[in-house]
Design a protein around this ligand. Structure first.
Ligand SMILES: Cc1ncc(COP(=O)(O)O)c(C=O)c1O
Length: 499
């Protein structure tokens, strides 16, 4: 027989001899009931007074336990209405996994001593939620997995494993496989207008790893770092974790506002930008803006990270040259990734260093980088040298263009009262600004309940912005799915407008 949530709560066992505090035991008990489905999203908890009576503890003890669950997002307090199991519990967030004995132990003991740097950073780190794995509408950050030429890939990979044992089984080179560094330098020259030597290229475990390493090698605690607002969450976390004092800089239709950056922090040490396809607003940084940014960096003796994560897929006209390709003063550290051009589980990306920084990266990589797995680097290099990479990108450009068109046309047809979906010239996502004063977090939750993933613009903001919107990925699913899910959004969100 299914017991009611309230009855379940009163069954929490309290061990008064335990070293664990009573409020911790109650916290863990409630958490466990929720995680095992005894209480589900949206269910109301009994009043704290009732719980205190049933468990024979003080009301303050109950309130402490509930507060902790509220701060974790497991519960939510609605003023005047009570405490409820949070709606996010229906979304299966990664932070809300089953409590293990290890976690229980950690929760009940004193907080461990950690570095001052991490202690300072922790409260400012943003949750990235679950990284995308399964394709569905409108998940961001996932390429079209079904369209990847897996047979070609598997052939090259198995060829690698038949190679010379010491080459394939010994430690790889810390800076990355020479064949891959060479292939990347040829590719970025042809497709991104970047002239560089293979020696300037350092292979990393993806772009996020690159940001972490760059922050680690170039930042001092308290250094001012311009970051686009709204902007990339992962990069923001890496920079904060390395002591950066982030300066959220406005983004308009021409990209980051250099004027705003100069106004707030002319003495910046680093700027993080996504010029070819702004994350998340999808605008492209104008040429004049690019030169202004380079000039500001030179004046401040600052570095610029150019994150070029998905702009190989441009579907309108010729893309503007990369910032790196017009950087004559050697200020730009270019970061590339294979997460979109190939697939994210490869965990492979790269840094293209300005010549002056090459010895610094060499030193850093030599001393604390054991490198990225050689087998995947070798397979990527072969894939590029054989010409499969260029062909794959050309083909995917057409596929993504069709998905983008499906989003734009169906949004125009079904969402004209709800979302103003912005045109974009490249990449795998765009933003839709909400009309009719709808709340972006509410809409996100309502859609999540129906299996539609969107991300509120607010999640990308370090400082609130006026515009409210949803970030929509269009790369992971087919035009037909995009169209049907856009129609579904109209059916779900439309009725909220008239309420
Ligand atoms: C702004 C931005 N940069 C880079 C990446 C790629 O990161 P990684 O190479 O670590 O997968 C992403 C992933 O979605 C991203 O959103």
């Amino acid at each position: 027989m299914k017991r009611s949530g309230g009855a379940l709560l009163s069954s929490i066992l309290i061990d008064r001899q335990s070293k664990k505090k009573i409020n911790t035991q109650i916290y863990m008990g409630i958490r466990q009931i929720i995680l095992t489905g005894g209480l589900t999203a949206g269910e109301r908890l009994p009043a704290s007074r009732t719980l205190a009576k049933e468990l024979n503890v003080s009301r303050t003890t109950i309130i402490n336990a509930l507060d902790r669950l509220i701060s974790e997002g497991v519960l939510e307090a609605r003023s005047g209405a009570g405490t409820f199991v949070s709606e996010v519990m229906s979304m299966g967030r990664p932070t809300l996994q089953k409590t293990t004995a290890l976690q229980e132990e950690a929760a009940s003991s004193e907080p461990p001593k950690i570095s001052d740097m991490m202690e300072t950073a922790l409260p400012h780190l943003a949750s990235r939620e679950e990284l995308p794995r399964k394709p569905h509408a409108f998940i961001t950050g996932l390429p079209a997995l079904d369209d990847f030429p897996m047979a070609q890939w598997a052939r090259l990979s198995s060829k690698h494993w038949r190679g010379n044992r010491s080459e394939i089984m010994g430690y790889g080179k810390p800076y990355g496989l020479n064949q891959l560094r060479q292939a990347i330098s040829t590719h970025v020259n042809a497709s991104r207008g970047i002239q560089c030597e293979a020696e300037q290229i350092f292979i990393t475990g993806g772009a996020q790893h690159a940001f972490q390493l760059i922050g680690n090698m170039l930042l001092n605690s308290g250094d001012k770092v311009w970051i686009e607002n709204p902007g990339a969450i992962g990069a923001r976390n890496s920079l904060i974790a390395n002591g950066a004092k982030l300066v959220p800089v406005e983004v308009d239709e021409k990209g980051i506002s250099v004027e705003d950056g100069m106004h707030q922090a002319p003495d910046f040490r680093l700027a993080f930008v996504t010029p070819s396809h702004q994350q998340p607003l999808s605008v492209i940084m104008g040429l004049r803006r690019r030169f202004a940014l380079l000039k500001a960096a030179e004046k401040a003796d600052a570095w610029i990270i150019e994150d070029d994560y998905d702009s190989e897929f441009h579907f309108e006209g010729q893309p503007l040259p990369t910032l790196k390709s017009v950087d004559t003063a050697g200020r730009v550290i270019y970061v590339g990734t294979f997460s979109k051009t190939l697939f994210p589980s490869l965990r492979t990306g790269f840094i293209i260093s300005p010549p002056r920084l090459v010895p610094v990266f060499q030193q850093g990589f030599n001393t604390f980088q054991a490198g990225v797995p050689t087998n995947s680097q070798a397979t990527i290099a072969e894939f590029m040298d054989e010409g499969f990479f260029a062909t794959h990108i050309r083909r995917m450009r057409g596929i993504y263009a069709a998905r983008y068109q499906a989003l734009i046309y169906s949004a125009d047809e079904f969402l004209s009262d709800i979302l103003d979906v912005q045109p974009t010239q490249s990449g795998l996502h765009t933003v839709g600004y909400l009309k009719s004063g709808l709340n972006e977090n509410d809409v996100t939750l309502v859609l999540a309940r129906e299996g539609i993933t969107v991300r509120p613009l607010d999640a990308y903001c370090l400082k609130p912005i006026r515009k409210k919107g949803l970030v929509l990925g269009f790369g992971a699913v087919t035009p037909a799915v995009i169209k049907s899910r856009v129609k579904a959004i109209a059916g779900i969100v439309g009725p909220l407008i008239s309420k």
